[in-house]
Design a protein around this ligand. Structure first.
Ligand SMILES: Nc1ncnc2c1ncn2[C@@H]1O[C@H](COP(=O)(O)OP(=O)(O)OP(=O)(O)O)[C@@H](O)[C@H]1O
Length: 330
């Protein structure tokens, strides 16, 4: 039987020609999947369309757009067991990168056609679904400054420019972090809690790699004493993340837990998966394996044993009583 899916498509995402992109997606997918296509508008976003699709009981949802569109669609399918296909066409493509999904249209469609799925962790932040990360302080301010106009003109550079602007006005705040078993108090310029994060989310890179299916969240605290320290800390995070190592600076800390309650003084802006959602305090809880996504088929597991072909090979099972007649001559 032919597969069927609801495709949710954002026509203003990214810098490409969206008509052409939609035609390309249809040309690749439609021979094998019946697509019910919904286009997002300013009034009816990916969130409403995805929740409606879940209500209708669709077999699969495929979302195509930037990180905003993909996160919104993912939020709707949390704990539903409806698999989500991801075709990333945004500026940063953090969502696809963090979940190791290809970010070209062709490869993303191929991944969906292959049909392999994986259950990954998600989280709730103040009862809103979170797939990637929540940023307090620096990260949130940067998101707010990188507006759509700037993103259209400069692409990912818009975030970098916004980050540099924000660095000039860097301010620290008092923070209290509560886990299942501890309360930690310190000062910070940025606190980031990540379920999954691409290497470009530098402020989330305290630990050596963020695992998105371990049932845990990773928190990174960046607490530079001044602007020069902030630049050095950011650079160190970038370098260690690229090398796959944990950070080693006194002004950066990290820890892992199932949940965090975070309060700041003064209250700070909060960016959840790239959108400002309000101010601190926040409460973030991991939902282990709450999201089913299409992922590239992994290569076959490399065999751990190979004996065939050795000269005069004889393999004797060690317990002849249990394995009577199990003598193999090759
Ligand atoms: N038809 C439309 N016209 C105008 N705005 C739209 C339309 N459809 C969706 N939007 C808006 O697009 C935003 C989501 O954009 P999305 O994140 O998918 O792309 P992007 O901003 O290009 O990518 P990125 O987040 O990676 O930078 C939402 O704020 C939504 O309101």
């Amino acid at each position: 039987m032919k597969r069927s899916a609801c495709l949710i498509f954002n026509p203003v995402a990214g810098q490409g020609d969206s008509e052409q992109e939609l035609a390309q997606i249809r040309a690749i997918l439609e021979p094998e999947i019946d697509l019910d296509i919904y286009i997002t508008t300013e009034e009816v976003g990916a969130d409403k369309l995805a929740y409606a699709a879940v209500e209708r009981g669709v077999d699969e949802i495929i979302a195509s757009g930037g990180d905003g569109t993909l996160s919104a669609a993912a939020a709707a399918v949390v704990n539903t067991n409806i698999p989500l296909g991801i075709i990333s066409r945004g500026t940063a493509n953090a969502f696809a990168t963090a979940l190791t999904i290809p970010d070209t249209i062709e490869a993303a469609c191929e991944t969906i056609l292959q049909g392999a799925t994986k259950n990954v962790d998600v989280a709730y932040c103040n009862d809103l679904p979170m797939v990637l990360l929540v940023g307090i302080g620096f990260e949130a301010e940067t998101v707010e400054r990188a507006d759509r106009e700037a993103k259209k003109r400069f692409g990912i550079l818009a975030y970098v420019l916004a980050g540099i602007q924000q660095l000039r006005e860097l301010e620290s705040f008092d923070v209290e972090i509560e886990t299942e078993d501890r309360i930690i108090k310190t000062q910070a310029a940025a606190v980031t809690v990540a379920n999954a994060a691409p290497p470009t989310s530098v402020l989330a890179q305290g630990p050596a790699g963020i695992i998105y299916d371990d049932g845990l969240l990773d928190l990174t605290i960046v607490a530079p004493a001044n602007k020069a320290g902030a630049i050095a800390a950011t650079y160190h995070l970038f370098q260690t993340a690229s090398a796959g190592n944990p950070v080693e600076r006194d002004d950066i800390g990290y820890l892992r837990a199932k949940q965090f309650k975070i309060t700041t003084n003064p209250p700070q802006k909060v960016a959840l998966d790239g959108e400002i959602i309000g101010n601190t305090p926040i409460e973030v809880k991991c939902v282990p394996c709450g999201l089913k996504i299409f992922v590239p088929q992994v290569d076959e597991v490399v065999p751990v044993e190979k004996l065939d072909g050795l000269p005069n090979l004889v393999i004797e099972m060690k317990n002849p009583a249990e394995n009577s007649g199990n003598k193999e001559d090759k």
